[in-house]
Design a protein around this ligand. Sequence first.
Ligand SMILES: [Zn+2]
Length: 291
Amino acid sequence: MSWVSVTQPNGFLLCFVSVFMVVYLGNCVNGIPVVDLTHVQDSNTIFWPGNPQFNFTILYRGLTDGGYWYESNAIQTPEHGGTHVDAPSHFAKDKLRIDQIPMSKLCGPGVIINVKEKARANPDYRVQVSDLKVWEDKYGRIPDGAVVLMNSGWSDKYPNKTLTFGTESVNDPSTFHFPGWHEDAADWLVKNRNVNVVGVDTPSNDYGQSTTFDAHVILATANINGLENVANLDNIPEAGSTIYVAVINLQDGSGGPARVFATNLDNSVNAASFSTSFKWVLALCILLTLG
Ligand SMILES: [Zn+2]
């Protein structure tokens, strides 16, 4: 486009569309804001006692005879370690296994229940129905398909086993102290709301001192997916995000490692950036047209 053309009748419109596409769509090409809610999987990954450890074996790493670089590794991992999904079949007979869970049930509006102060005061804290009501008073009814996650501040302790399990005896679950879901809150969600995923930033949806895993059983029986050892919940809003739980598609799995991430972090920021782009483009085009 030459400078002359912007003085033609359709010049302003053409100029506006062109510059708008460069400036605004350029922002889109740079990508949408995403927060990773996942701990890295490595030899420090935390598993429940009794599981074998994560194993990473280098099969090949180096220059090949063909002159190109090549890397390939083998991994071995129990299903339930680090940031991972509990399929309903983990704690209920004849319920969905990992490969049977529809993808539409592995994402949804993020509902973050902040109990950090309560968990700091009491490591055996369990999310109550009243904590869910506090969230709803602030943000409205928990949306259908929600991914409801407890933020207890516990992910800061990961992957230190002593701090995460709240004990020096990290192989003895009877000594564990960390927060989770109260069975009444799990039951309330099952009976009164329509959620896809219920999870925690600790190693288990049931608190450390549980011996009967009631929250697990209640959620699994209702075919609701669990999510454990979630990270970075301080970096997303308590309401308004969209959370995706990209779990391995494991035939007959009772669970599996997942890459969990959040988008739609702040719609008002996106709107502001759109309106700023719009004003700059308009001003530039008026200048060019007049010139
Ligand atoms: Zn699990």
